[in-house]
Design a binder for this molecule. Structure first.
Ligand code: AMP
Length: 190
């Protein structure tokens, strides 16, 4: 764990207990060979949601805006922002937002994807933004979300996820693409 100190450890222990109990592994989804970690039952459990939000909020202390990544990051982003007294911005998949948008195409394990944020209406210049998602796998999505926010002038210093998948080098990609100043926090490894 890398979330923090004293009071955080209680939320972290509680979050891990519910993850242990409720997280599902679905083999060969969405592609053969992919072990899909379904954390939605964790968030559907009131104790799970409470503990996960508490622990992620600790990881994001110091941010002044939360960004949730489409789509499960939205569930976490709004709750964590509310907990910290901050606002939330949705980093959407391509084609969902009305123009004008700022967009970024990036590589997935298979094929490409696109993330977008609104160009108008949210002042991101010099905001300290924490990026939230459920799972960090190869890191491509989190890196793209961070780069998109940076392009709009934000300072991204935290990527926080419920589960970081071991062996997919997501953390290494974040370090290589975003530099050592961007910290990666997980509540558990999967
Ligand atoms: P990546 O860009 O490879 O780090 O993938 C991260 C994004 O894809 C996150 O939004 C995750 O929700 C989703 N994802 C990727 N791999 C998995 C997996 N094995 N289980 C659950 N979600 C995954």
């Amino acid at each position: 764990m890398n979330v923090g100190d004293r009071d955080d450890s209680d939320a972290l222990d509680r979050a891990r207990a519910v993850i242990e109990r409720r997280a599902r592994l679905i083999a060969d989804f969405p592609e053969p060979g992919i072990a899909f970690k379904d954390l939605t039952p964790v968030l559907a459990d009131p104790d799970g949601l409470d503990a996960v939000v508490d622990a992620l909020a600790s990881a994001c202390s110091g941010a002044d805006l939360i960004a949730g990544v489409d789509a499960r990051g939205f569930l976490l982003g709004g709750a964590v922002a509310r907990q910290l007294g901050l606002g939330v911005v949705a980093v959407r998949k391509g084609g969902k937002l009305p123009p004008p948008v700022i967009g970024l195409d990036y590589q997935l394990e298979y094929g490409t994807a696109r993330l977008e944020i609104p160009e108008d209406g949210i002042d991101l210049a010099d905001r300290r933004v924490a990026v939230l998602d459920d799972v960090l796998a190869t890191g491509g999505t989190a890196v793209a979300a961070a780069q998109l926010l940076q392009r709009a002038g934000a300072r991204v210093d935290t990527i926080a996820v419920v589960m970081e998948l071991d062996g997919l080098s997501g953390r290494e990609l974040v370090a290589a693409e975003l530099g050592p100043a961007v910290r990666v926090h997980n509540l558990c490894l999967g």
